[in-house]
Design a protein around this ligand. Sequence first.
Ligand code: CU
Length: 221
Amino acid sequence: MLLPGPQNEAKAVDDVMRFIVGTDLILFALVIGAMLLFVFKYNKKRHPKAVSIHGNVPLEIIWTVIPVLLVLYMFYIGWKGYIQTRIVPKNAMTVKVTARQWNWQFQYENGKQADTLYLPQGQPIKFLMTSLDVIHGFFLPDFREKQDVLPDRVTYLVLYPENLGNFELTCSKYCGLHHALMYTRVIVEPPDKFLAWVNSGVKDTLALPDSSQVKTERAGL
Ligand SMILES: [Cu+2]
């Protein structure tokens, strides 16, 4: 756990982080260990005459193949987590995100607007984001998700809030004087509670798309 309250998207990121840091620590210990061993074993007192060694094919194969496999595996687990935020499930609910100096505004499919991001639990969400002024960054640290929000362009991000809770949403791009105040909450609620909220005070009723097949779709990634 790197930050409190990690969600399922976060697990993919944390796993990559753990794998990379773990591999680095092991390699660091091996390199330093070998260096110290050589300093003691082959010092001038014990080996006054230096010997030159040329070429060792098996060794060269080993130190080429192992790092290549490690790096490919790092890429693979990183890509697997990243793609979860890019492939939009068919039944995702769309939330439009508008960023401006210095606040966030969210609009749901039925026209409901809010400055706190309420989301239904277990429902894939597609955020369509744009900015009214400068570049902002839509950052959900608990979910380890981040996406630039640009003026005159629409960017997107998929989120799958699996657990109930109250999380942070902040701007990750320095966007002016009150950048630090560009901060709000993400509140993940049970679907019926969310529907009661989203349908209050608006004309159109929003129904959640069927999310039963979403889990299978995502499991296949
Ligand atoms: Cu900002």
